[in-house]
Ligand binder design. Structure first.
Ligand code: NAD
Length: 415
């Protein structure tokens, strides 16, 4: 099957811009963009009807100069090697910008998890874990949830890995609390995205209470971003999930919507709102647009129609490179994914540290430390953007790439 390399090309273009801006040498550039190890596996799984289906799984370990590989596992039909590589590379820059002691990786299986029963997902996840267990480890590579995977998926991975290596909660983050997961981890990427959005709003001379918000995706990241914006006084007027989109210009009751979704409903089950076209959510007349579902949703085709001043990349690469240029030229403030959704990996770092220390933090400590790390990442990015008169994305990549390049030099990888 032909691979779509646009996401990978866009990520490499951001690295190349940072390499030029930092004056790094060509051989360093090669070390920075090349993934260090990649694995592709066939995953035969007995389905509930007795037939066997063979799924394709991947793990791309991009760079570990600053610490063990770290990155989510995605279950989605579009997962392939190029896609996994691009997301793994993004993780390297994200962990560096957030200044947590990890490198970057990503994994996934090409599957629509909604078509599988819990038993089939359990067997698939165990098969995938057994196929990659020799390249992961507490000090080697630590997976986490991503699109289509959850705390339950992490519990199955921990159990399968533990059947070979003994009880090892630190092998994954984003686990259920009962198995060593951290309080606040599930909410952290959305909370962090909303936090940096509020910082950018205040820096532009406004306040969250004066801003309206639309959010694409109401899963782990989208729902907690919605909740944090709501708690900060912003008016969330539209949200969507894969089944539909809703709008109420007077504001949605986000806690009520969260209860509906936790009980197994969809956003369309919320009655005090009108239905909205999926595509129309992206061009709504609102101040803050938070794409929190999948990549490549704001493209050269629809970017000119985006009316929001702030675009917060809570998902990974929802804005293509071509769309990014259009938005920046139109004076929109795009908060890049490696900053906006870094809260997930920051809280994962806290979970990993708690597992290693066998000592649990309370929620107040997790959120306090998360807010501190997110504020530091925002401050260094904003200061660099202002100093160099560049976009937040360019500034964020400059900071991240320089940190990774420095670690590579200190380790002596480049002679
Ligand atoms: P999730 O599976 O919990 O939720 C995804 C949500 O998006 C669901 O509500 C789904 O219905 C919706 N969705 C999917 N396709 C859609 C479409 N075409 N239109 C509208 N809605 C759609 O996934 P998640 O963990 O919330 O991840 C979302 C994004 O955030 C992904 O890009 C992921 O890589 C990124 N991310 C996740 C984490 C994490 O820790 N979960 C951390 C950082 C970044």
């Amino acid at each position: 099957m032909a691979q779509d390399n646009s996401m990978l090309d866009g990520t490499i273009a951001s690295v190349d811009a940072a390499v030029r801006s930092l004056g790094l040498e060509d051989d360093m550039r090669e070390v920075l963009v090349e993934p260090w190890r990649e694995i592709q596996v066939g995953l035969p799984v007995r389905m509930d009807d007795g037939n066997v289906r063979v799924f394709r799984g991947y793990r791309s370990q991009h760079n570990a100069a600053r610490g063990p590989y770290k990155g989510g596992i995605r279950y989605h039909p579009n997962v392939d090697l190029s896609h996994t590589r691009a997301l793994g590379m993004l993780m390297t820059w994200k962990t560096a910008l957030a200044d947590v002691p990890f490198g970057g990786a990503k994994g996934g299986v090409s599957v629509n998890p909604r078509e599988l029963s819990m038993g089939e997902l359990n067997r698939l996840t165990r098969r995938y874990t057994m196929s990659i267990h020799h390249v992961i480890g507490v000090n080697r590579d630590i997976p986490a949830p991503d699109l289509g995977t959850s705390a339950q998926t992490m519990a199955w991975i921990m159990d399968a890995y533990g059947s070979i290596n003994g009880h090892t909660p630190g092998i994954v983050t984003g686990k259920p609390i009962e198995l060593g997961g951290s309080l606040g981890r599930a909410e952290a990427p959305g909370r962090g995205a909303a936090m940096v959005a509020c910082r950018a709003i205040v820096d532009s001379g406004s306040s969250p209470e004066q801003n309206t918000v639309a959010i694409q995706g109401f899963g782990a990241v989208g729902s907690s971003a919605a909740r944090t914006m709501f708690d900060n006084g912003a008016k969330v007027i539209a949200v969507s999930d894969i089944d539909g989109a809703i709008i109420n210009t007077s504001g949605l009751d986000i806690p009520a919507l969260q209860r509906i979704v936790i009980e197994g409903g969809t956003v369309s089950d919320y009655t005090d709102a009108d239905a909205l076209n999926h595509e129309d959510l992206l061009s709504l007349d609102c101040d803050v647009l938070i794409p929190a579902a999948i990549e490549d949703v704001i493209t050269a085709q629809n970017a000119a129609g985006v009316r929001s001043k702030f675009i917060v990349e809570a998902a990974n690469r929802p804005v293509t490179s071509a769309a990014d240029e259009i938005l920046v030229d139109a004076n929109r403030i795009v908060i890049p994914d490696i900053l906006a959704n870094a809260g997930g990996v920051v809280a994962s770092y806290f979970e990993w540290a708690q597992n290693i220390q066998v000592f649990n933090w309370d929620l107040e400590r997790v959120n306090r430390e998360l807010d501190r790390k997110m504020n530091e990442a925002y401050d260094i990015t904003k200061a660099k953007a202002d100093r160099n008169d560049v976009s937040l994305r360019e500034a964020a990549f400059d900071v991240a790439v320089s940190r990774v390049a420095e670690a590579i030099k200190l380790r002596g990888y480049v002679g």
